[in-house]
Design a protein around this ligand. Structure first.
Ligand code: HEC
Length: 145
């Protein structure tokens, strides 16, 4: 039979091991959080390209109704940089450096002040990451890049 002291010591060692394992987990967790925040930070800093990132998105979801068409003039065309910057009837379409004040972004969010949330007549509105991509491009100065 073990002496009480021995089992007490064995118990302590066990507890120590559990704490050690736990603190390893905590370390991994902190490391993971750090890596994750670095990745999102890097993504935030990455420059959004008008031609490579936005045109394909607009083409898939907006050109159907907002492409310049000689026969069927559109109030708001977004198929070239100049047309997009020029905007439509509503002012402040693009406010460089201020995505959240730009009407283009306001129109992509629920309950815009005028008309419908874009893309209109579509059950699938833009997912948050796509709105965020456009917003980041404006925040970064809305460059013709
Ligand atoms: C099915 C056709 C359709 C699609 C697709 C569509 N729109 Fe529209 N859009 C309209 C119509 C119609 C209006 C005018 C009525 C209104 O403002 O709700 C409009 C108006 C707008 C306006 C306001 C223009 C102004 O000067 O007031 C913006 C900004 C806009 N759309 C952005 C977009 C974006 C960005 C997409 C793609 C994600 C998109 N739309 C997709 C039909 C469409």
């Amino acid at each position: 039979m073990k002496k009480p002291f021995q089992s007490y010591a064995a118990g302590l060692i066990k507890v120590q091991k559990i704490i050690d394992k736990g603190s390893d987990l905590v370390k991994y967790f902190i490391l993971l959080c750090f890596v994750f925040s670095l990745v999102t930070f890097a993504q935030d800093k990455k420059e959004v390209s008008f031609s490579k990132d936005l045109i394909p998105l607009f083409k898939a979801k907006c050109f159907r109704c907002h492409e310049q068409d000689e026969e069927n003039p559109n109030d708001f065309s977004m198929d070239t940089y100049d047309l997009l910057i020029k905007g439509g009837k509503t002012k402040n379409m693009i406010v460089p450096g201020k995505g959240s004040e730009s009407y283009l972004i306001i129109k992509l969010l629920p309950n815009p002040p005028k008309g419908a949330q874009m893309p209109v007549f579509s059950k699938k509105k833009l997912p948050e990451d796509e709105v965020d991509l456009i917003k980041r491009w404006i925040d970064q100065g809305a460059k013709n890049n």
